[in-house]
Design a binder for this molecule. Structure first.
Ligand code: TXA
Ligand code: MG
Length: 323
């Protein structure tokens, strides 16, 4: 099994040798390797069992370093970077040739992010290469928000997990690209769209649109638990045979055993709900139950991103990416 501790010297030693390390970020844990080393990048796809048409985000610690990997930063992108980095925002920017095509699945743009996590930033400062890191889950499963989550699923396949505690934000970064100066949100995430719009004005959102892998980042059934998940209003939860689990926003169902219920945020706080989302789904998935019922949360703030993850978790089996 993987060694788990908070030793950035050890993490660096593995990474410099081309090996993979799971890293903490404020969004979710990542499965990291040297983004400039094609062999390391290949092993990320292998360990995660991820199709090579789904490109990776690179992580670094400063705007100066970002300039080494991208040829241009549009004005609106720079405004967002200055306001929200380090933070749960990923920008799609035209890549320089130093970034292997494998990282971007042959696309012209590379996804870049400066994460907001002290231990990880300390590690990134020590490295003279960026880290390519998808979420550290097997492809198609819920993202990990603790070292234990990573260990449960990938612990036998990687040498080291850098333990930085539970991910503060709890859902993946918001992904934004730019066409002719106009911003488009490709994935709803840990930075709410209205926060982005306060800085650069109205943006397009195409994050819900597709189950077509030709549009990377938008595979419909992502983030799925193993148990079938039904998304709806609590009034519609009419359990069939066997016990069921319930993922609820801020109030228990009175007529069911609380053992089978998880609240995202008893106080109705959307940040707390996002923080708890994947851990609650994992807990329900591990219970001796047949199905999970989840209720939609109010769409304010991060609510839209939470509902997006629930919708993808609820996608019918035949829509699921099997790879
Ligand atoms: O919060 C996060 O973003 C986490 C942490 C570890 O940083 N990472 C993450 O990575 O969620 P991943 O690989 O699970 O999701 C990245 C998404 C993918 O759906 C991918 O298709 C999209 O970003 N993406 C990456 N590069 C892209 C590109 N060049 N163009 C369009 N989409 C891209
Ligand atoms: Mg992922």
């Amino acid at each position: 099994m993987a060694t788990i501790s908070n030793d950035i010297g050890l993490a660096k030693a593995f990474l410099v040798r081309g090996e993979l390390v799971a890293i903490p970020t404020e969004t979710v844990y990542g499965l990291a390797g040297n983004a400039l080393d094609e062999q390391a990048v290949l092993s990320i796809f292998e360990v995660k069992n991820r199709p090579s048409f789904d490109p990776l985000i690179i992580h670094t610690d400063s705007l100066e370093k970002v300039h080494q990997y991208v040829s241009e930063i549009p004005e609106a992108a720079l405004a967002l970077a200055q306001r929200f980095w380090p933070g749960p925002l990923t920008l799609l920017l035209p890549k320089k040739s130093i970034v292997p095509d494998l990282v971007t699945s042959g696309l012209d743009r590379v996804a870049v992010r400066i994460p907001q996590h002290g231990l990880l930033l300390d590690l990134l400062k020590e490295l003279d290469f960026p880290l390519a890191a998808p979420s550290a889950n097997p492809f198609g499963y819920i993202s990990p928000t603790t070292a234990a989550h990573v260990n449960a699923q990938l612990g036998s396949r990687i040498p080291y997990i850098l333990d930085g505690g539970a991910s503060r934000v709890g859902i993946e970064s918001t992904i934004v690209g730019f066409e002719d100066g106009q911003a488009t949100v490709y994935r709803l995430g840990g930075l709410a769209v209205d926060e982005i719009e306060k800085v650069i004005g109205a943006v397009n959102v195409t994050a819900h649109s597709s189950s077509n892998p030709a549009a990377p980042g938008m595979l419909k059934s992502h983030y799925a638990p193993r148990k079938p998940l039904f998304l709806g209003n609590r009034e519609s939860f009419t359990p069939g045979h066997g016990e069921c689990g319930y993922l609820l926003f801020d109030q228990y169902l009175n007529d069911r055993d609380t053992k089978y219920q998880r609240l995202l945020s008893p106080s109705g706080n959307m940040h707390e709900a996002a923080h708890n989302l994947f851990a609650c789904l994992r807990e329900l998935d591990a219970l001796d139950i047949a199905t999970i019922y989840a209720e939609k949360v109010p769409v304010a703030g991060l609510g839209a991103a939470i509902n997006d993850r629930l919708q993808r978790a609820a996608a019918p089996q035949h829509d699921q990416a099997k790879n």
